[in-house]
Ligand binder design. Structure first.
Ligand SMILES: Cc1cc2nc3c(=O)[nH]c(=O)nc-3n(C[C@H](O)[C@H](O)[C@H](O)COP(=O)(O)OP(=O)(O)OC[C@H]3O[C@@H](n4cnc5c(N)ncnc54)[C@H](O)[C@@H]3O)c2cc1C
Length: 610
């Protein structure tokens, strides 16, 4: 490895992998990409195995955040803040919903001073990234999609009965079927659809698979994994401060430096990027001094204005509708059926004398995973976060849809609820083992306000780069967010009532909340009960953004204020969170960042769309 490159890029996630792959299209440009994680494990490709990647230090940073006004019922009282730690970053860990955001989101960014980031400005980058595979069930708006880009976007096959029913129910409740990434989203009444997912032939398309894998053999691209970047190196000359490279630590603990002769581009995500800037002395002077970091540039908004989405799980017993966990496990192959969770022996070597029913289950599991592998079809082909609706509550933020309702076509198991989502099954369900019996069907409807007004923060807990930053999520700090959550929960209950075949029945109301609110089975839940349900059990949707936002920390060309040769390009630069899932917008930011850098420095990209 050389000691100097033209560009040093920190973080190979949704945005960073794009920036590195695009800039290295020019053979005369030397790019070094540093990533703290490693290559993704094989299970990363299997959409339905998604939850197994969380809570694993090999693939997840496993941060924790103070939830503020929610989280009263969560195990440990802290909100999980997973972030992908691998080539592909969080695009390798996420639930693969492909959602760009409402056109009004981007127009509001531009109106707020983010020149060049209006909907018309960003649409070409969404298209450039996208390899959309149309399917009649999607009712796609042909004008907005790109078909030749590297990110596979498709709908799972076969379509699940429960997901079709969600779309039908949302339609009956007033949200008509259409393309939520298209013009249909412009109507306040809203739009419902099966999820378009970042999958190709039933496999996950992370930015590693889409952008980096095909570029790995370029002689001018060096990818270093297991590299924890600890500091951006800054040189001061009079009033001028310039980024000259980064310091990082290798997996074996060695300290290394790499120099950037043109620019350093920080793409470490909405937690990692502010953390790295703060460690480098870029942030609020008094706060840096308090933890022993010398302030180089006093930039108080680094780490401020954190936005995230919350959803409150409304769970329904749905035999014959939801996918049972037995079927889900079967679709993932024999290993998913092994002890301690499943009936097969933990060690495959002990399979020799399996009783007939177990031998048959094993053979069927082998058949299904082989079918997925060869055809991309089957239950394994989506995360089961499978359908969605967007609409306006009418409570404000009229420029966009302020509400989303997600749909999960399965109920998961008690260990998944407890370990992955921190939801205590024994408090949430009257009888968890019976309700979540893996042979029975459940579905989860997820009311999800998408224009939160509350803002959190990322600050330094220590000057030691190995110590995670302090994350204050501050949910429900603004009372508006509580009002919208209750309104979206009501709308979700209307969708459940409109379910084909006479409605879904009642959602699970945890016994302790039913008792506290005098709620009787069959009665309409009061607003106070719905609010309490959210305050206890609302969960992050994993959409942290805006901690280095355009305007306060970077300019619209993503250059950090007051520092030469340093940009940030990832979800942290969003002036505000988009009204939906954030991966597509992070990839778009990577595409646009690459063009901005190329234009400013004379790099030759294969295609320029802006
Ligand atoms: C569990 C989960 C589920 C989600 N589901 C969806 C979904 O279904 N649809 C959707 O649209 N969005 C989803 N999201 C959100 C979406 O994936 C993220 O918003 C998006 O990936 C963020 O992209 P990014 O480039 O900003 O950061 P990331 O993709 O997180 O990339 C940051 C990269 O930087 C690396 N890094 C960080 N710090 C350092 C350092 N100091 N040194 C070296 N490397 C570093 C990280 O390891 C990582 O690879 C989900 C997120 C999670 C965590």
């Amino acid at each position: 490895m050389e000691s100097t490159y033209d560009y040093v890029i920190v973080g190979a996630g949704s945005a960073g992998a794009v920036v590195a792959a695009r800039l290295s299209e020019d053979p005369d440009v030397r790019v070094c990409l540093l990533e703290a994680g490693g290559p993704p494990p094989p299970s990363e490709l299997v959409p339905a195995a998604v939850a197994s990647l969380q809570n694993d230090p090999a693939t997840d940073w496993m941060y924790n955040g103070d939830p503020g006004g929610v989280g009263k019922g969560l195990i440990g009282g802290q909100m999980m803040v997973p972030r992908g730690k691998m080539l592909g970053g969080s695009s390798g860990l996420n639930y693969m919903a492909y959602v760009r955001g409402h056109p009004g989101d981007f127009d509001a960014w531009a109106a707020g001073g983010a020149d060049g980031w209006s909907y018309e400005d960003v649409l070409p980058y969404f298209r450039k990234a996208e390899g959309f595979v149309d399917s009649p069930e999607l009712h796609a708006d042909p004008d907005v999609h790109g078909h030749d880009g590297p990110v596979g976007v498709s709908v799972r096959q076969p379509i699940l009965r429960a997901s079709n029913q969600f779309v039908e129910a949302a339609g009956a409740a007033g949200m008509k079927q259409g393309d939520y990434n298209g013009r249909d989203r412009l109507s306040p009444e809203g739009v419902a659809s099966l999820f378009q997912t970042t999958t190709k032939d039933g496999r996950r398309t992370s930015t590693f698979h889409a952008y980096l894998e095909p570029a790995m053999d370029r002689g001018n691209l060096t990818v270093v994994t297991g590299a924890l970047v600890e500091r951006v190196l800054l040189e001061t000359d009079g009033d001028e401060v310039r980024a000259t490279g980064v310091a990082y630590r290798t997996e074996d603990g060695t300290s290394e430096e790499v120099a950037a002769s043109t620019e350093v581009v920080v793409c470490a995500g909405a937690i990692g990027s502010p953390h790295l800037l703060l460690l480098s002395g870029i942030g609020a002077r008094d706060e840096l001094t308090a933890v022993g970091v010398d302030c180089v540039v006093d930039l108080p908004d680094v780490g401020r204005h954190l936005k995230d989405h919350l959803h409150t799980p409304l769970m329904f017993a749905a035999d014959g509708i939801g996918e049972t966990m037995t079927e889900v496990a079967m679709s993932l192959g024999p290993d998913a059926l092994r002890a301690p969770a499943g009936p097969l022996p933990a060690d495959p070597a002990d399979d020799a004398d399996l009783p007939e029913p177990l031998a048959a289950a094993k053979a069927e599991a082998e058949r299904r995973i082989a079918e997925w592998f060869t055809t991309g079809r089957g239950l394994a082909s989506s995360s089961l976060y499978d359908a969605v609706a967007f609409f306006s509550t009418g409570l404000g933020d009229e420029h966009t849809h302020d509400a989303q309702i997600g749909f999960l076509a399965t109920g998961y198991t008690p260990p998944i609820w407890e370990n992955v989502f921190r939801l205590p099954a024994s408090a949430f369900f009257e009888d968890p083992e019976s309700f979540l019996d893996p042979t029975r069907g459940q579905v989860v409807v997820l009311p999800n306000p998408v224009q939160p007004h509350s803002e959190g923060s990322v600050t330094l807990a220590s000057a030691d780069p190995a110590v995670p930053p302090r994350i204050e999520l501050n949910y429900f700090d603004d009372p508006h967010d509580v009002t919208v959550m209750v309104a979206v929960m009501r709308r979700a209950l209307e969708v459940a009532k409109a379910w084909p075949g006479g409605g879904l029945g009642e959602p699970v109301i945890p016994p302790h909340l039913a008792q506290a609110h005098g709620h009787l089975a069959g009665a309409e839940p009061s607003d106070a009960l719905l609010e309490d349900l959210a305050r206890h059990y609302a969960l992050t949707v994993y959409h942290e953004t805006s901690t280095c936002r355009i305007g306060d920390v970077v300019d619209p060309r993503l250059r950090v204020h007051g520092i030469e040769a340093l940009r940030v390009a990832d979800a942290s630069v969003m002036p505000n969170v988009v009204s939906g899932n954030t991966n597509a917008a992070a990839i778009m930011i990577g595409e646009k960042a690459a063009e901005l850098i190329a234009t400013d420095n004379g790099v030759h990209l294969h295609e320029v769309v802006g």
